[in-house]
Design a protein around this ligand. Structure first.
Ligand code: FAD
Length: 307
């Protein structure tokens, strides 16, 4: 039985585990894949105080830091159910096992929705990107496309237009869905082309990196090729919270609703990082939120009557 059980082993989960263990309380981390999204990242240039690192290196460092403490790490464990109780919360796993803890910190992160077109996997991190705050500066002076005309796509296009040479924004529908104020801003920019009714069909590359894409003009059925160096896919970020539906309050987008302390709607259950309603999905933010949720869980423990 744990005092703090963390579900998820990305930046948020690793930090939550370290903060809990440093209080001398019984701490466990169960993760489907220790390291989280960081494992899929190449260059990281906004981990403040470390000007450049790479995902697998940072993921290994996260795990090594956790292992400095007495933390039980259960890797390759997928949580499938949360069972709240008066003083004990239970987490059930896909392999049939279950763990009990006085408090639980949910840090299951999120995943980017993909286009699922040929070339996308081949050129991920080689021109295909998902995070403009992370990878925008890598495309300074180059040509990029942003796929998706919702708020995140239009925000990304406006952001990138200030860095890159040219942005082509592509929306599948016949109109953009972003807020008017964002659309007006986008349309005022001289180096942006907006395409609607455009269905991305393939990512093209030279074997090393992206060289362009093809899209279908859905009005005419014509296939069009665009030459460019980068593609930012902005068609949705999906929180890994499907398993919590009906137990913990989720936002309409499926994010775990947390207050300023990382407290969820269930007493004794806290959450941190990309799986929550906290805006801006970034490593440094996930680290800070993990620390906060862990300190809140500790606060909950010292205030609760259970010994
Ligand atoms: P995650 O890193 O998503 O970790 C979630 C953890 O939960 C994983 O261990 C996962 O296996 C586990 N998990 C999920 N579901 C379950 C379950 N049911 N049961 C058990 N475990 C589960 N951010 C930056 O700041 N800078 C960058 O340069 C940068 N580049 C990026 C590049 C790419 C390609 C991607 C995908 C993201 C990038 N990000 C970057 C974003 C950053 O990686 C995330 O904001 C950060 O990893 C979020 O941390 P997290 O701990 O909340 O979640």
């Amino acid at each position: 039985r744990f005092d703090v059980l963390v579900v998820g082993g990305g930046p948020a989960g690793a930090t939550a585990a370290i903060y809990a263990a440093r209080k001398g309380i019984r701490t466990g981390v169960a993760a489907e894949r220790f390291g989280g999204q960081v494992l899929d990242t190449m260059a990281i240039e906004n981990f403040i105080s470390v000007p450049y690192t790479e995902g697998p290196k940072l993921a290994a460092a996260l795990e090594q830091h956790v292992r400095e403490y007495e933390v039980e790490i259960l890797n390759l464990q997928k949580a499938v159910k949360l069972v709240p109780g008066a003083d004990i919360v239970e987490v059930e796993f896909a392999n049939g096992a279950s763990l009990r803890s006085k408090t639980v910190i949910l840090a299951t992160g999120a995943r980017w929705r993909q286009m699922n077109v040929p070339g996308e996997d081949t050129y991920r991190n080689k021109g295909v990107a998902y995070c403009p705050h992370c990878d925008g500066p890598l495309f300074k002076g180059k040509r990029v496309a942003v796929i998706g005309g919702g708020n995140s796509g239009v925000e990304a296009a406006i952001d990138l237009a200030g860095i890159v040479a040219h942005v082509t924004l592509m929306e599948f529908d016949s109109a953009l869905r972003a807020d008017d104020v964002l659309q007006r801003k986008l349309k005022s920019l001289p180096n942006v082309t907006i395409l609607t009714s455009a269905k991305t069909t393939e990512v093209l590359g030279d074997g090393q990196k992206v060289s362009g894409l093809t899209y279908e003009n859905r009005n005419t059925g014509e296939s069009v090729k665009v030459e460019l160096e980068g593609i930012f896919v902005q068609i949705g970020l999906l929180p890994n919270t499907e398993w919590l539906k009906g137990t913990v309050e989720l936002s309409p987008r499926g994010e775990i609703v947390v207050d300023a302390h990382g407290q969820t709607s269930v007493p004794g259950v806290f959450a941190a990082g990309d799986c929550t309603t906290v805006p801006y999905k970034q490593i440094v933010i996930a680290l800070g939120e993990g620390a906060k949720a862990s300190l809140s869980a500790f606060d909950h423990l010292i205030r609760s009557s259970a010994p």
